[in-house]
Design a protein. Structure first.
Length: 100
C-alpha cells in the first residue's frame, strides 16, 4: 500500500496511524518483550482495543499516532505517539521492533 509520508529521517518513514495496520499493531503490542514495558495487564491487546485507539487518533486532537516504516525494507517497525496533548505539553511514547 502506498502511504503518505508525513515525516522522515534517513532510515524511517512516518505515516499516519491506519486501520489496515491493526494486525501489525497487535503483533507489536502483544510481543512479550515489549508488552512488559507498556502495561502490567497480563491480558493481550485485542483488535477492538487497537481499533478504538486508532479511531481516537484519527478523530481527536488529543492523540497523534505515527506509524514507522524502515525505508530500506518498507517494513512496519513501530509507532510513536503523542498523548494527552494540551496547548503546552504532551506525553510521548515510542515502540519499535526492527526485527518485528
Amino acid at each position: 500500500m502506498n502511504r503518505e509520508i508525513v515525516l522522515e529521517t534517513n532510515r524511517i518513514n512516518f505515516t499516519n496511524v491506519s486501520y489496515d495496520l491493526i494486525d501489525e499493531y497487535l503483533k507489536l503490542f502483544n510481543n512479550p518483550n515489549i508488552k512488559k514495558f507498556i502495561t502490567a495487564d497480563p491480558n493481550p491487546y485485542t483488535y477492538e482495543n487497537r481499533f478504538l485507539c486508532v479511531k481516537e487518533a484519527l478523530e481527536t486532537d488529543t492523540l497523534i499516532i505515527l506509524s514507522m516504516f524502515d525505508k530500506q525494507s518498507g517494513r512496519f517497525i513501530g509507532n510513536i505517539d503523542f498523548d494527552n496533548i494540551t496547548s503546552d505539553n504532551a506525553e510521548i511514547g515510542i515502540i519499535m521492533d526492527w526485527k518485528h
